[in-house]
Write a protein that binds this ligand. Sequence first.
Ligand SMILES: [Zn+2]
Ligand SMILES: [Zn+2]
Length: 126
Amino acid sequence: MKRKTTQRAAIEQVFQTENRPLTIDEVLHSGRALVESLNQATVYRNLKLLVASGQLRQVQHPVLGTLYEQAGKGHHHHFHCHGCNRVYELPGCALNEEEAAPAGFIVEDHEIYLSGICPTCATSPP
Ligand SMILES: [Zn+2]
Ligand SMILES: [Zn+2]
């Protein structure tokens, strides 16, 4: 049991350090620097537990598939960098829902996915 706690704590720390949505592979890669015993199965199991307990939530990204991010951040969108393949969290929302759809449509929700080049890649191309 002690081992599991350590793995879970490592995964929580990865999300706090990165502060952006992560793929399972990214969690595995960063988490292994903290706990060597992590593997894909243990990461997957712990991510499921953290989602069930409300600490993380799943994001379905159209390009990268399932991502995980810290829950409770409020409405926001994501930016996918074509250079480093990272997904960044964008603060707030620039969309005016009332103007986004023609008259007669009642907008209840929306998703926006931005992509391009992040500031790090723009200043130092890989
Ligand atoms: Zn980048
Ligand atoms: Zn929005």
